[in-house]
Write a protein that binds this ligand. Structure first.
Ligand code: NI
Length: 141
């Protein structure tokens, strides 16, 4: 694999005392190496958010923790994935214990379609926890 060369530019920004204190708390709580790392992350997060609002092409994972004894739930979750306009690339299912299943669904598509699928899965009765993690590829997929 080739290594990508990036030029790093140094900028200086002015922050009031309270905002700087908040940034430092964020750096400490998330264990960022330094302020620059935290600021870079915040900028990237905002850019991804903007792409989502524009209904751009995105890729993401939907993580679900659910009780497979809830009537019809495994079947419902599978049907939602089959019927989604977003493309389900892969799923991983882990039988955690007697009650709980963990499922990770890898999806790609327009942000609206991916969000729609994630919301439907996460809000299904019997799903104890769900989360969508998404990234923008910054190009058409
Ligand atoms: Ni299971």
């Amino acid at each position: 694999m080739g290594t990508e060369r990036r030029t790093v530019s140094r900028i200086s920004i002015s922050l009031d005392h309270d905002l700087l204190a908040s940034l430092d708390r964020l750096v400490a709580s998330r264990r960022y190496a330094n302020r620059s790392e935290a600021v870079r992350d915040l900028i990237r997060a905002r850019l991804v958010e903007r792409e989502w609002k524009g209904n751009k092409a995105v890729i993401g994972t939907i993580t679900l923790l659910y009780d497979h004894h809830v009537r019809d739930l495994p079947h419902k979750l599978t049907s939602m994935q089959h019927e989604s306009k977003a493309q389900v690339i892969s799923t991983m299912h882990v039988h955690l214990d007697h009650h709980n299943c963990l499922e990770v669904v890898v999806v790609k598509g327009r942000s609206r379609e991916v969000a729609e699928l994630a919301n439907a899965l996460i809000s299904a009765r019997g799903v104890r926890h769900g989360e969508l993690t998404a990234s923008s590829l910054g190009r058409k997929i």
